[in-house]
Write a new protein. Structure first.
Lengths: 302, 336
């Protein structure tokens, strides 16, 4: 690794390719991870083409069809495969459209938390000193609160909406990236290849992002998978508590909150949105486990 | 040991100051000033507004107000609830035993099931048994617990009619509040059926709140055990002819416990976050439900006080975990 970091780009790409191939070799060994990946890709497909797949519009109310059970149960009709909710909206269509919100939350939170957190971690780890102490204490304070509670309070300040829920969740996920990146940078900073690059005249910004960062990626990728699933769970929890997406948005957590009163009368309005959350989060966590095993050289041989 | 204790305690001070600063700023960054918040929708005249600002000291410089807040917080004065007009400190400690009882039961539930599962999975590593246990643990780890609670209510309260849906005990029973723990109080009261009523109210919330810690503990125990089982001293113990149960249960477990205790310590935050959801579903009269109610009623002093108290409790538990390390592993104590 030592000298490759400062060689020319084509060789770097070549090395990258074989890294990817070896990653895939280990990743596909883990059957659960592959199943998780397939399921995740399927959800992505459904979310992208929700408008074409969903049989009805998600907020269309059919006034003659309140709380119609799923098709296989007595009273169900083929018009509404998974039944309808209390105001006659098609469950299946709402679930399909709901996948958009969950994936959207996951993607925005991960992109936001990774970009800000990793940059902060790189800078404070590289510069050190008082700035490092200050930022790390700030991260300790964020971590001193239970994440969901802090998200709730932030949403209470900002006002309940999906956007504010996303901002709050991105903020509470920040410290993990800052800590991970900083620890990795501290480990890499004094290594020979970094010194060599610095002596070769590489500037600090390029040194941070091009020389050091690629060598700290493994734990960050695993953390990203983890925070993707946590973000979906937290956003659903906020929606459930009435502090996330607001009705009539077909967000899964919000759908659960709306259907709570029908819990003993119509099992499908309660069961299905939660099942959608569980399956999505489970698929991502399966992928995350596979990523960890494939990327972590310590566990690779065990 | 004393030096170790002192050093760990010293590390808490900057975080504590930061936490109070965060709780203090929370009310500050809300739109409008505190007097307008307290006046609510009735509004307040400009003269009265200025007078109240002065009366509560909101016209003083921010840092003075912060130190004022810090010192009153240290002496147990967290302000007054806007809704009930009672001191936040009293409200918190009236409700805290309910959350504490639920959390303790949940963590015991998680340990009693999670530890053996993790150990069995490690011993039977790679078999279908290991794979199905770890698969189940991953499902538990991915569980949206607010939905899990609703499912359990549908099954056990709705279909089977075994457990009640909400609250801590049936309204039929009344007895003095001795310890604040319903299980203990109902037992002490000696009333027929009171204890079993309290217990039946506790079962579902315990399962719901304990599910994620259970999954995390099982996974963590398995990987810690796997690491330890490869160590030389375990091989030596085996070679000496000790029974497998003794090797795993005594030699390996003792060292595998270190990462597991860290995990248990980290679960306190998870429990507090979970308590908000669990208590909302089961109408459990604890801190979590109080906080979510306070947030929706815009009772900011309560939210502020609750936020601070929970952070302090979590910091305290982390300190205890650190000290436990020192007890289990003398190497850490001497290094510290």
């Amino acid at each position: 690794m030592t000298d490759q970091a400062i060689t020319t780009d084509p060789e770097l790409d070549d090395n990258h390719q074989s890294g990817l191939a070896s990653f895939w070799f280990y990743f596909k060994e883990n059957k659960g991870a592959v199943i998780g990946l397939c399921f995740f890709l399927a959800i992505c497909f459904i979310a992208l083409f929700a408008d074409f797949i969903a049989p009805h519009a998600p907020n269309q109310q059919y006034r003659e069809f309140f709380l119609v059970p799923p098709v296989w149960q007595e009273g169900g009709t083929w018009q509404f495969l998974l039944g309808t909710d209390a105001v006659g909206r098609d469950m299946l269509s709402r679930l399909i459209h709901g996948s958009r919100y969950s994936l959207f939350v996951g993607i925005i939170v991960v992109v936001g938390a990774v970009s800000v957190g990793v940059t902060t971690g790189l800078v404070v780890g590289y510069i050190g000193g008082a700035l490092d102490t200050l930022v790390m204490r700030l991260m300790d304070i964020i971590l001193a609160f239970p994440s969901l509670l802090l998200a709730l309070v932030l949403v209470a300040v900002l006002g309940p909406s999906l956007t504010n829920a996303i901002i709050a969740i991105a903020i509470i996920q920040q410290p993990h990236y800052v800590r991970l990146t900083r620890a990795a940078v501290l480990g890499e900073r004094e290594k020979d290849y970094v010194t060599a690059a610095r002596l070769a005249g590489v500037g600090p910004i390029r040194l941070m992002f091009r020389t050091i960062l690629p060598n700290c990626m493994a734990p960050l990728i695993v953390q990203a998978a983890l925070s993707f699933s946590t973000a979906i769970l937290d956003a659903a929890a906020l929606g459930f508590l009435g502090m996330g997406a607001q009705p009539p948005t077909p967000e899964w957590g919000t759908m659960l909150a709306e259907s709570r009163e029908f819990i003993l009368r119509a099992w499908w309005v309660v069961t299905l949105p939660g099942l959608a959350i569980l399956m999505t989060v489970l698929a991502i966590n399966l992928m995350g486990d596979g990523l960890r095993d494939a990327l972590d050289p310590k566990l690779k041989r065990s | 040991m004393f030096g170790f204790l002192l050093k760990r305690f010293g590390l808490l001070i900057p975080t504590f100051l930061g936490v109070t600063l965060a709780a203090f700023s929370f009310v500050r960054i809300l739109p409008g000033d505190p007097v307008l918040l307290m006046a609510g929708e009735r509004g307040v005249s400009p003269e009265r507004h200025a007078q109240l600002l002065e009366q509560f000291g909101f016209d003083r410089p921010l840092y003075v107000q912060y130190f004022d807040y810090l010192f009153s917080a240290l002496s147990g004065d967290l302000g007054q609830s806007l809704v009930t007009k009672k001191p936040v400190w009293d409200e918190f400690f009236t409700l805290f035993p309910a959350t504490f009882e639920l959390s303790i039961c949940a963590i015991i539930f998680a340990l009693v099931i999670g530890l053996p599962i993790g150990m069995l999975a490690a011993i039977k590593r790679g078999t279908w048994f290991d794979q199905s246990l770890m698969g189940a643990a991953l499902v538990g780890y991915s569980m949206p617990i607010f939905w899990w609670g609703l499912l359990l209510i549908i099954l056990f309260s709705g279909t089977l009619g075994w457990t009640p849906v909400s609250g801590r005990i049936s309204l039929l029973y009344y007895f003095p509040n001795v310890t604040g723990f319903m299980l203990v109080d109902s037992f002490l009261s000696g009333q027929k059926g009171a204890f079993s009523s309290a217990l039946s109210h506790l079962i579902l919330p315990t399962i719901v709140l304990g599910t994620i810690p259970l999954a995390v503990i099982a996974r963590q125990t398995r990987s810690a055990m796997l690491e330890v089982l490869n160590e030389d001293y375990v091989r030596t113990a085996r070679a000496k002819g000790l029974s497998a149960a003794r090797v795993v249960g005594v030699h390996a477990l003792r060292n595998a416990m270190i990462p597991v205790i860290t995990t248990i310590g980290l679960q306190v935050g998870v429990l507090m976050a979970g308590a908000i959801l669990t208590e909302t579903i089961f109408s459990w009269p604890g801190i979590g439900k109080w906080l979510i109610d306070s947030i929706s009623r815009r009772d900011y002093p309560s939210v502020q006080g609750g936020l601070l108290m929970i952070a302090v409790i979590i910091m305290f538990v982390n300190l205890v975990v650190d000290l436990l390390y020192g007890l289990i592993n003398p190497r850490i104590r001497h290094k510290g």
